[in-house]
Design a protein around this ligand. Structure first.
Ligand SMILES: Cc1cc2nc3c(=O)[nH]c(=O)nc-3n(C[C@H](O)[C@H](O)[C@H](O)COP(=O)(O)O)c2cc1C
Length: 152
């Protein structure tokens, strides 16, 4: 089963973490792949079983520029019908900003609104993001393992 790890980034932190997550999941035998949200459409989530998101926040709580269209589609009330999708979000931000991790929080809330269910809880990372990222990917690994055992 393919597990896309979508990243939304400006300066590369989210991409680096998505590539790290890809390596970790591949080492466990999962078919994981880091992918830039900027080149994707939210419509392609339809019919997917799993999707992971690592997204930073810019401006005044905005998505990275090239992820704005994708997030706007999630924010639209036009149904996406994501009932079969399990997902988890790792949000990157900086507590020095008023709207901390706004983009990741929006993605998390809107996926749920469109019918998807959380595989593991969202984490909201401050500028020292590595420890919380590791906590997040461990929780994701456990959830994926449990699901793999359940279907085997
Ligand atoms: C100009 C600027 C604006 C930012 N705005 C926010 C913000 O509104 N909320 C937040 O939580 N973090 C904000 N950040 C912090 C970034 O999200 C954080 O540095 C993140 O690790 C960047 O990840 P990226 O390299 O994947 O884009 C901002 C950073 C900069 C430089």
């Amino acid at each position: 089963m393919n597990i896309p790890i979508y990243f939304a980034t400006v300066t590369g932190n989210s991409r680096d973490l998505a590539e790290r997550a890809e390596r970790k999941l591949k080492a466990l035998g999962f078919d994981a792949e880091a992918r830039d949200l900027a080149t994707e459409s939210a419509e392609s989530l339809r019919g997917q079983a799993t999707a992971l998101f690592i997204a930073s926040t810019w401006g005044d709580g905005e998505p990275p520029d090239d992820a704005i269209d994708y997030v706007a589609r999630l924010q639209s009330d036009e149904p996406l019908d994501l009932a079969g999708l399990q997902y988890s979000v790792c949000a990157l931000g900086d507590t020095g900003y008023e709207i901390f991790c706004g983009c990741g929080k929006t993605i998390d809330e809107r996926l749920e609104r469109h019918g998807a269910t959380r595989l593991a809880p969202r984490v909201d990372c401050d500028v020292d993001f590595l420890d919380l990222f590791e906590t997040w990917i461990e929780a994701v690994k456990h959830a994926l393992d449990a699901r793999r055992l359940a279907v085997s």
